[in-house]
Design a protein around this ligand. Structure first.
Ligand code: SF4
Length: 219
């Protein structure tokens, strides 16, 4: 018999097991924003190499002064570097509207901000939501592949689109910035440690709540 748990209970279990994650793993909010683009279709180790090339005290002004080709060369370790240099430049053009002031963007209504970000070249839903959650301090659920995989395996009914999934969770989860920040980080951590592509169900803390885990146990 599976003990179905709420999203909040799932959060509590993960938090209790892994502890606070303190995401996003970047030195500054601006670095967080740039790395949200760099991490597209690659892993964090490669992003760290690219950030290292950009230098610890990277600012919007410094990147604006760089030619696109120079920026591309610096972020080469993150892969798709020419494409990403274009995206970073396009995103900075949007950011310029707020004088590169993160505090100014934080004042914008979340729905308006999300729409603006999604209109920028190369900013998809996941990237926009990560920027909103960690740098612009707008609580919201990131319905990324880790979340899809975990929720599907646990047996939650999963809406078909990214946006519908996000809205569904947000309806039933506290509208709390810190909890959302931790929830996303915890889901990623769990996806890396146990709920991998090939899951390690035997010792998983969610085994009693998980449809796939129970099915595997009965095989
Ligand atoms: S029991 Fe297995 S499938 Fe379920 S959450 Fe844990 S690792 Fe993932």
């Amino acid at each position: 018999m599976i003990e179905k748990i709420s999203y909040t209970e799932l959060y509590r279990k993960l938090f209790h097991y892994y502890g606070p994650q303190g995401w996003w793993p970047a030195a500054s909010d601006f670095q967080m924003l740039i790395s949200a683009i760099l991490v597209q279709r690659t892993n964090w180790k490669n992003v760290e190499l690219a950030l290292g090339n950009l230098g610890g005290n990277i600012t919007a002004g410094k990147i604006m002064q760089m030619k696109e080709a120079e920026l591309a060369e610096k972020i080469r370790p993150s892969g798709f570097y020419r494409m990403k240099a274009k995206k970073v430049k396009a995103w900075l053009q949007w950011f310029q509207k707020y004088d590169f002031q993160i505090e100014e963007v934080q004042k914008v209504d979340p729905a308006v901000l999300r729409k603006e970000l999604l209109a920028v070249h190369g900013i998809g839903e996941e990237t926009a939501d990560a920027m909103m959650l960690y740098a612009f301090k707008k609580p919201g659920f990131i319905a990324d592949n880790y979340a899809v995989r975990l929720f599907q395996r646990l047996g939650y009914p999963l809406p078909k689109t990214y946006h519908a999934f996000k809205i569904e969770v947000e309806k039933l989860f506290p509208h709390d910035l810190e909890m959302h920040q931790e929830f996303h980080a915890l889901i990623v951590e769990h996806g890396k440690q146990y709920c991998k592509k090939t899951p390690l169900c035997e010792n998983c803390l969610l085994l009693s709540n998980c449809r796939m885990g129970r099915e595997k146990k009965m095989e």
